[in-house]
Design a protein around this ligand. Structure first.
Ligand code: MG
Ligand code: ZN
Length: 225
């Protein structure tokens, strides 16, 4: 296949996803749901941070989680235990979530009873970046144990996100990486990133993170209108 053909095929696949993402975005708007697409490496602490954050959300925020993993529904079970409805997508080898999978997954949720949907993407810093899931905000999760040069190595995950959650900061003394350096590397690529430095173990940084996730309710606004 010539390079030209490869490019046009990729464009076609992505634009199909873009159409589905547009549908999702309209659906979320109708239902007054804020959607957050969470991207990060396997083991970066995405599920742990949700387990810590969910019980701290104020009553007005009604959150559900779509979990993406290659196999198992372990994470969906963890989220249910933490107190939020959750649906697992098992991608059976797929290394990212696409709009079609998310449309199917949200069919299992009662959308009129939530105002915040968090999608925990498959652990991967590469192709999830190219798949819009209709989110309002994209969040990149990066643990200090992965090293402080991650933004320089995988820039698009950081440049396409609106917020960076640095996890496992309690482990910084034990690894050859600095939280400030990770933060500054990310900000050098994307100065608009909102940055949260957290530890799911100690709860450090969660007041600010919960305020960020919190829905001052699109649904409450609708009642006022
Ligand atoms: Mg997980
Ligand atoms: Zn992929």
């Amino acid at each position: 296949m010539s390079p030209k053909k490869e490019i046009s095929l990729k464009t076609r696949v992505l634009s199909k996803n873009d159409q589905l993402a547009q549908k999702l975005r309209e659906r979320f708007k109708e239902e007054k749901i804020r959607c957050i697409n969470m991207i990060g490496s396997p083991g970066s602490g995405k599920t742990s941070l949700l387990e810590t954050a969910i019980p701290r959300l104020k009553a007005g925020t009604r959150c559900a989680v779509v979990e993406g993993d290659v196999k198992t529904d372990n994470d969906a079970r963890r989220i249910l235990k933490a107190g939020a409805p959750s649906v697992q997508i098992e991608t059976e080898g797929g290394c990212h979530l696409n709009g079609e999978q998310v449309i199917r997954a949200i069919g299992a949720l009662s959308l009129n009873s939530i105002n915040l949907l968090i999608i925990e993407n498959v652990g991967n810093l590469i192709c999830p970046v190219s798949y819009d899931l209709g989110e309002e905000k994209r969040v990149i999760v990066s643990s200090i144990t992965e090293g402080d040069d991650k933004p320089l190595k995988y820039p698009s995950a950081f440049t396409s996100s609106q917020a960076l959650i640095i996890t496992k900061v309690d482990l910084a003394p034990y690894v050859d990486a600095k939280v400030e350096k990770l933060k500054n590397n990310a900000l050098s690529l994307n100065p608009k990133l909102e940055v949260f430095c957290t530890s799911s173990r100690s709860g450090e940084g969660f007041n600010a993170l919960v305020r960020f996730l919190q829905c001052n309710g699109p649904k409450e606004n609708a009642v006022e209108a």
